[in-house]
Design a protein around this ligand. Structure first.
Ligand SMILES: [Fe+2]
Length: 311
């Protein structure tokens, strides 16, 4: 396989700064067929794999839930995802499954061939396998993200990266991992969204922390996502983290997320100190497992009694 990524010079120059759409050829690797995915799931370390669904909470708000494989084989998990309402994320492929991450690494190489100044680091590559009708709720990711779509069809709604669509407080909650990256949303926002219908071979990247949501349209959906940082992204992370620390530890009300100037540097320095000391880790979300995969069920899973957390 040659020419893994088809990207324009202009998009390579703007990579990570705005919305970029390019073409990839990951599916030619043979790594995304059912058998390959089943083996991958079966052998994947549990602590790097997460299984989700969404259900309405008592207030009717659609909410993330976390599940487990429940001793199922990889093929059974694929079967459950194919007809159910599930979403599986295999993370840290750069360590666990480098053959998959290498596809992304080759994309970065191609971008760097066109744009040698583009610096990227701290890659975290995940494989998302999700049901034909499943959805990813409105959320913001902590770092810049590349989405390479490989199987099925999905619609991604991308919203402006502004205070109106993600408040600074929400941004801090995401960066401090106090929420599961979900943030307040109303359907009115959709008027302002860019909509992308993604087919196999499409690669999309957008501005760091811009809110988005995803509706799968049909077929078993398989995508590779890579979270990464650039020097500018590290600075934005530091400023937002610093704002969160000022609000939580000192009762201040920082409003700016500007990454230029002395104040930004001070916030980044504060972020390093607070992170190192673990001062805000007590606020981090705790995952509870409330269901397990069961391919015999219509939704592909069975809930634990009363949605209790598994000990
Ligand atoms: Fe996302």
């Amino acid at each position: 396989m040659s020419g893994i990524l088809d990207i324009s010079q202009q998009d390579a120059d703007n990579f990570s700064l705005g919305t970029i759409k390019a073409k990839h050829r990951f599916m030619e690797s043979g790594l995304f067929e059912d058998d390959a995915l089943a083996t991958l799931i079966e052998e994947y370390p549990a602590d790097c794999m997460s299984i989700h669904t969404t259900t309405p909470d008592p207030d009717g708000v659609e909410t993330w839930r976390h599940g487990s494989m429940g001793g199922r084989t990889g093929a059974e998990v694929i079967e459950a995802v194919r007809h159910g309402q599930l979403w599986i994320n295999l993370q840290h492929m750069e360590d666990v499954a480098p053959r998959y991450h290498n596809l992304v690494a080759r994309c970065f190489d191609e971008i760097n061939r066109l744009n040698p100044k583009f610096k990227h680091m701290r890659h975290n590559t995940g494989l998302l396998i999700s049901s034909p009708r499943s959805r990813v709720l409105y959320h913001s990711d902590i770092s810049p993200v590349i989405l390479a779509h490989v199987r099925g069809r999905k619609r991604l709604w991308l919203y402006p990266d502004s205070e109106e669509f993600i408040s600074n407080k929400s941004r801090e909650q995401v960066v401090l991992k106090e929420t599961e990256e979900e943030i307040p949303y109303t359907e009115d926002y959709d008027k302002h969204a860019q909509v992308f219908d993604l087919m196999p071979g499409d690669l999309l990247s957008w501005k760091m922390q811009a809110p988005h949501r995803v509706d799968n349209l049909d077929g078993l959906n398989v995508s590779v996502t890579t979270a990464y940082y650039t020097p500018a992204a590290m600075k934005q992370y530091g400023v937002v983290y610093g704002n969160g620390a000022m609000r939580r530890l000192f009762g201040m009300d920082p409003k700016s997320i500007d990454t230029k100037g002395i104040a930004a540097l001070a916030k980044c320095a504060l972020a390093v100190i607070v992170r190192k000391a673990g001062l805000l880790e007590g606020n981090q979300r705790v995952f509870k497992t409330t269901f397990e995969v069961d391919p015999k069920q219509e939704l592909g899973y069975v809930e634990f009694e009363g949605h209790r957390a598994k000990a």
